[in-house]
Design a binder for this molecule. Structure first.
Ligand code: B3K
Ligand code: ZN
Length: 865
């Protein structure tokens, strides 16, 4: 019989060690079967685990099981007390055999779990979040994605408080226990990594439906929420069914269990989680009705429901070998959800939205101290790498492969990938290889997109040569932390020439593959002065620097037949004017005003596109295009242009604002009209604030839907006067008891373009409805404020201090959430020296904070390096 070894206490200070991709090694032990038995209780939950373990190869190493804050109450090997020790948080068990059953028992407290990782309580519901490394907060396990096992889960709980008990897979047994308890046993036949484990217990009601798969299997669907929220679940259910259908038709993927459930909880660190057969969602991506959710909220719900559902194949059936491969499942799945949303609505508008997000978040990330390739080389805390680079640039990389291969070969590649790797943990390389093998296209150089960080900068100039046109291209991939002297990448540029006079395409669209630092491409038989339409559909995630002729952008904004390129031309026209204004140059606003008028009054463009095209580039986007960011000058330049447009086009804007669509009409057409209504309201108010406020208040009062109401309140938020105060007071009264909608009240005040916004957010941080414990509320106030360039960079530095104080405060409760707000401070090098110094000082204060989490430590210290 082995002796138990008394364990030392787990270390209390974080160890900030880096983990490297190059160090990957197969696990020493496999765990093909896991049986869990949980006696659920919010204060103290007993977790008994039985792991079947099998030695991987011939080695003498002990069995090392990861834990996080766990104390073993008992550990046995094949029923006998084990020889074990704790190494930090890890349980290390001496093993004298090659296969065994390991039983452990621990006690955890869900209600004390403020990190919202592992098993935690949210509004009386017990739920789990295990990706990336939360399973080790529930029980000891290798907890790495390449260790796949079949799970059987038995749980018991008080029947009155927790009448519904859910876990992955199918329910195989249930019954009543002693003392008012009941129990259920669930079995998931698909081997899965521990990060996909899930369990939910609570007083929940279901919106139920069914779906018949293409092979004729009936799947039961359920969206679980609190009873009072049931009326807000129809959109999520409809989105789920649409996503299931779409994945069958477009990717040939069929659902594989008899049951698929979605559960909504209010406290959640991010959007949602793709646990096998039991997706757990942040309630903001489930609950919607016309009175409380905007059209953008409805679209986000459809996108996230689809994203998590698509993970069933791209993530669950084929998972990641290690966390460096995260983009394998996330980049591909984002691409899949983007394509789904495009197919459900307008492809052009979806592309515009996706590119706006990429430019707003990923481009700055790629240009800053936290830049990393979509497949990172190292991390301290993997949670910090759930980034726009891994997700959104990752999706762009998949999209480029599809563009280069064409749809049929791309589909053949994805079929091969799923077939080859089903039931395994794969790598990004496996994905590219499958694409290559199925298509015959050599992707050797393309692989640089996985290893090189930084946004390539592409120069383009079109020259005439007799009746030919010559496109001269260049590329530079900028240095990023730890990476310099990069190799040229493959840049797929959809390109067309447009006749300046006719406005028609001169020949076909071509896919130009730029592979070198410099290249020339000839277009023959050009009889008319050509205009350059390049990177159409944003075919490559790059910064274009195009040498333009006078009047070229105006013309392209009016006649380019690629909707995205047309939008781009208009935005570029605005940007050039805004940058010049911010530099203090005298600008002539009329080219922009004329372009806006043409767009607004066009009979061929739809309202949704107009709404996008009339939205001026954001202040941070203007800043990204300048050598040094001067937030005041940028703000003034943008406001001046908005004012000029508002004054010159008051009549046309008021006419578009007067349009409307019934709140219960969620068609793309109705959504477009509502979008344009609020965009034109904002421009009108810029030209005439007094009349604008009255019009906004009227829109607010008359609204039969949240899109119009929020759009009006967003305009009022930046104005002065009684209408503003009245509308905010009314909004608070109406929605005080509705958590998700009250988030909007915080958010709208935090994004207000006002000189006193920093005072407002300081006040709101002390408001009775503000809490650091709810990630949505935190993001609504603190996250929105940090993204409000003008207010956050208020010259006194109070905005920086506010953010740093909140980060330090929330880090004690929830490091993941805290770390995500460090990047706005990390952009200090881009600011003028006075602000840069104050930002740097706040980062130093954060790093010097005793007991800092490794999450925040990594982000803040890398931002200073
Ligand atoms: N896979 C999860 C994200 C988990 C984040 C962990 N820090 C949701 C998603 O991307 O679908
Ligand atoms: Zn995902």
């Amino acid at each position: 019989m082995a002796d138990a070894v008394i364990s030392p206490e787990a270390p209390t200070s974080p160890e900030h060690v880096s983990i490297f991709r190059k160090d990957y090694r197969e696990p020493d032990w496999w765990v093909p079967e896991v049986r869990l038995d949980l006696a659920l209780d919010p204060a103290a939950t007993r977790v008994r685990a039985l792991l079947k373990v099998v030695r991987n190869g011939d080695h003498p190493r002990p069995l090392r099981l990861a834990g996080d804050g766990l104390k073993p109450l008992s550990v046995t090997v094949d029923g006998e007390p084990a020889r074990w020790t704790l190494d930090g948080d890890d349980l290390v068990i001496d093993m004298d055999r090659d296969r065994a059953e390991i039983a452990t028992e621990v006690e955890i407290s869900p209600e004390a779990n403020s990190q919202l990782m592992g098993l935690y309580a949210s509004g009386g519901i017990l739920c789990t979040q295990c990706e990336s490394e939360g399973f080790r907060r529930i029980t000891f396990h290798p907890d790495r994605p390449d260790v796949l096992g079949v799970y059987t889960v038995r749980m018991s709980a008080d029947k009155a408080r927790f009448p519904i008990l859910l876990a992955n897979g199918n329910k195989v047994a249930e019954g009543d226990g002693d003392g008012g308890t009941h129990w259920a046993e669930w079995h998931d036949p698909f081997p899965k990594p521990s990060y996909l484990f899930a369990l939910v217990a609570g007083d929940l009601a279901a919106n139920r439906d069914r779906f018949r798969t293409f092979s004729g299997r009936e799947v039961e669907l359920a969206v679980w929420v609190r009873e009072k929220d049931l009326p807000k679940t129809d959109h999520a259910m409809a989105s789920l069914k649409a996503a299931m259908q779409w994945d069958e038709e477009v990717y040939g993927r069929e659902y594989d269990l008899d049951l698929f459930s979605i559960v909504a909880v209010d406290d959640f660190n991010f959007g949602a989680m793709e646990n096998k057969g039991l997706n757990i969602f942040n309630s903001r991506y489930v609950l919607a009705d016309q009175n409380t959710a905007t059209d953008a909220d409805f679209d986000a719900i459809a996108g996230v429901v689809a994203h998590e559902y698509f993970h069933n194949w791209s993530g669950d059936r084929v998972t990641c070998r290690d966390w460096f491969q995260l983009s394998l499942k996330e980049g591909f799945t984002v691409f899949r959800d983007q394509s789904f949303s495009a197919d459900m609505g307008s492809e052009a508008v979806k592309r515009i939205d996706d590119v706006r997000l990429l430019r707003a978040i990923q481009f700055p990330e790629d240009a800053g101290p936290l830049a990393h390739p979509i497949r990172p080389e190292s991390y301290i805390e993997i949670t910090n790498f759930y980034t726009a680079t891994v997700y959104n640039k990752g999706a762009e990389v998949i999209r480029m492969m599809k563009t280069m291969l064409g749809p049929d070969k791309f589909r053949a590649g994805s079929d091969l990938y799923f077939k080859r790797h089903d039931g395994t943990a794969a790598t990004c390389e496996d994905f590219v290889k499958a694409m290559e093998d199925a298509s015959g296209v050599d992707l050797s150089q393309f692989r640089l997109w996985y290893s090189q960080a930084g946004t390539p900068k592409i120069g383009a100039r079109l020259e005439r040569d007799g009746d030919a046109a010559v496109l001269k291209l260049s590329q530079v991939v900028p240095d990023t932390p730890g990476q310099s002297g990069k190799q040229p990448m493959v840049i797929p540029l959809k390109t067309a020439l447009i006749g300046r006079d006719s406005g028609a395409m001169l020949g076909e669209e071509r896919l130009v593959l730029l592979r070198d630092s410099q290249a020339e491409v000839r277009f023959e038989g050009i009889s008319e002065t050509p205009l350059l339409s390049i990177n159409r559909d944003f075919s490559a995630p790059v910064v274009m620097d195009v040498t333009r002729q006078a009047g070229e952008l105006e013309r392209l904004a009016a006649c380019d037949n690629n909707a995205f390129a047309r939008y781009e031309a208009g935005q570029e026209l605005m940007l050039r004017s805004l940058i010049a204004g911010a530099k203090g140059e005298a600008i002539d606003p009329w080219p922009v005003i004329d372009a806006v008028r043409r767009t607004l009054t066009s009979n061929e463009l739809d309202a949704a596109f107009k709404g996008e095209a009339l939205t001026l580039p954001s202040e941070s986007l203007i800043g990204d295009r300048m050598e040094v960011v001067d937030p005041d000058a940028i703000h003034e330049s943008r406001e001046a242009l908005r004012r000029a447009i508002g004054e010159a086009l008051a009549g046309e804007l008021a006419e578009a604002q007067a349009m409307g669509a019934p709140g219960n009409d969620l068609s793309p057409h109705a959504k477009g009209i509502r979008k344009l209504k609020s965009v034109t309201l904002a421009l009108f108010a810029a030209g005439n604030p007094a009349r604008g406020a009255a019009l906004a208040k009227a829109q607010y009062d008359a609204a039969d839907n949240m899109t119009d109401r929020q759009g009006a309140l967003a305009v009022l938020a930046s104005l002065d006067g009684a209408d503003r105060e009245a509308a905010f007071a009314d909004f608070y009264q109406r929605y005080q008891g509705d958590t998700l909608t009250l988030d909007k009240w915080f958010m709208l005040q935090a994004i207000a373009q006002r000189s006193d916004t920093v005072d407002a957010v300081e006040r709101l941080a002390g408001h009775a409805d503000f809490t650091l414990k709810n990630p949505n509320r935190w993001r609504a106030l603190v996250g929105s404020f940090a993204a409000n360039q003008w207010a956050f960079h208020e010259a006194s530095g109070r905005g920086y201090r506010f953010l740093a104080d909140r980060i330090i405060e929330v880090d004690r409760l929830n490091p993941q959430v805290a770390a995500r707000q460090v990047p706005p401070l990390g952009r200090w090098r881009r600011l003028e020296p006075g602000r840069a110094e104050m930002m740097r000082a706040e980062l130093e204060r954060i790093v010097a904070t005793p007991g800092l989490s490794k999450d925040v430590f990594e982000q803040a210290s890398k931002s200073l390096a």
